[in-house]
Design a binder for this molecule. Structure first.
Ligand code: ADP
Ligand code: MG
Length: 367
């Protein structure tokens, strides 16, 4: 074929050729989805929007995979199989789930039993959206089944069984942190160097936010959804932050708050703090530790945190105090009634306090 207007054709092709030569512009990308009965959020910096989008797809798919394995709301999950059959026989599960259950008992050990996935033996009697709580008699009957030491492990076969009747387990207190860490592994393997992965109260940060730390906001327990009321912001890079609060899943009755963190010793909601934020290397670790102060109290929990150099913590007590671990310098004291902390000049690096947005299918959140 003979080209009749070669000059015009060349001119028309030029922009196309240039668009191949210039790399697609680097940008922050983000996405939010409802998975594991909560809000999952990923934000990352990518040189190539298509690759960035594919990386977010992969993180969301991983979260769904973990939910299918570990949710106690899904009858077909391996965790539900343990709960359904663990009282009568060994239940063989994937090594991944076996290892996370084993790790959970390690957190029980270091938190002196405050973190205990067998809390679910009584915890299942609560339904916060429906304002349902167990009677004292029901709690008394269920409580003997709460004891992490009665989870039995068959290392050779990755099998689990319960050594006491009526036991149940629930990974709601560690599964989101674990899922966040697996999401971070995926992003790192794809070369992402600046990112945030959040599931419910658990977040982990890769790198910093354009040369400055990310700022993890701690909510005001009385007004957790108002970003203007956050009580403080903690600068973080390359670490995880988990916040547990009595304002996430709860109902109030006769002046008492019934909420989702249960004292394994009493079967009641644990109320020694209103909010606990733990900072550490991985979200599995910070998630496992963030329930401790609710059960043991801020002083005891600080003692435990201060013994472990890789962790820091901030606790808000019912009488309005803010307590900091040794590794965090307290902010300048603001007088009582002073306005909230000023808003930073670059709000895009502020990570809002996690608000567990429960979905209709998983009313109480999982795993
Ligand atoms: P989020 O689910 O938003 O990350 P938390 O990290 O505070 O919130 O975890 C709260 C969940 O932990 C509860 O919904 C429940 O599933 C589980 N849980 C409650 N009490 C305990 C406990 N004493 N030990 C271990 N897990 C617990
Ligand atoms: Mg959590």
């Amino acid at each position: 074929m003979k080209l009749r207007h070669p000059a015009i054709l060349a001119a028309a092709l030029l922009p196309l050729a240039l668009s191949f030569a210039i790399p697609a512009s680097a940008a922050w990308l983000d996405r939010e989805e409802a998975i594991m009965g909560t809000r999952v959020y990923v934000q990352l910096w990518s040189d190539d929007p298509d690759k960035g989008d594919a990386a977010i797809d992969a993180v969301m798919a991983e979260m769904r995979r973990i939910d299918n394995l570990m949710s106690h709301y899904k009858p077909e999950s391996q965790l539900s199989q343990i709960n359904a059959n663990g009282n009568v026989r060994w239940v063989q599960v994937d090594k991944e789930l076996f290892d996370l259950i084993k790790l959970s008992t390690h957190y029980s050990e270091i938190t002196e039993g405050a973190f205990d996935i067998t809390y679910a033996s009584v915890g299942y009697l609560y339904n916060y959206p429906a304002h349902i709580r167990p009677s004292e008699d029901q709690i008394k009957a269920a409580l003997p089944a709460v004891n992490w030491r009665n989870i039995e492990f068959d290392e050779a076969h990755h099998a689990i069984r319960f050594g006491h009747p009526g036991m149940r387990i629930d990974l709601g207190g560690i599964g989101k942190g674990y899922a966040v860490d697996r999401g971070v592994d995926i992003l790192k393997a794809r070369g992402i160097q600046h990112a945030l992965v959040t599931a419910g109260g658990d977040s982990r940060f890769i790198g910093d936010h354009m040369g400055r730390p990310w700022l993890a906001a701690i909510a005001n327990p009385d007004d957790p959804h108002d970003p203007k009321k956050v009580v403080t912001r903690i600068p973080v890079s390359d670490s995880a932050v988990s916040t547990s609060g009595d304002y996430e899943r709860f109902f109030d009755e006769d002046g008492v708050r019934y909420h989702h963190i249960i004292d394994p010793r009493t079967g009641h909601s644990a109320s020694k703090v209103r909010s606990a934020t733990v900072i550490g290397p991985t979200a599995t670790q910070t998630d496992g530790m963030s329930k401790t102060a609710f059960v043991l109290g801020a002083d005891k929990a600080l003692e435990i945190i201060n013994r472990m150099p890789e962790y820091d913590a901030v606790f808000l007590t019912p009488d309005g105090r803010m307590l900091w671990s040794n590794g965090l310098r307290p902010p300048a004291a603001r007088p009582q009634g002073a306005p909230p902390a000023p808003v930073p000049s670059d709000p895009s690096r502020v990570v809002p306090p996690a608000a567990a947005a429960t979905t209709a299918t998983d009313p109480r959140g999982s795993p």
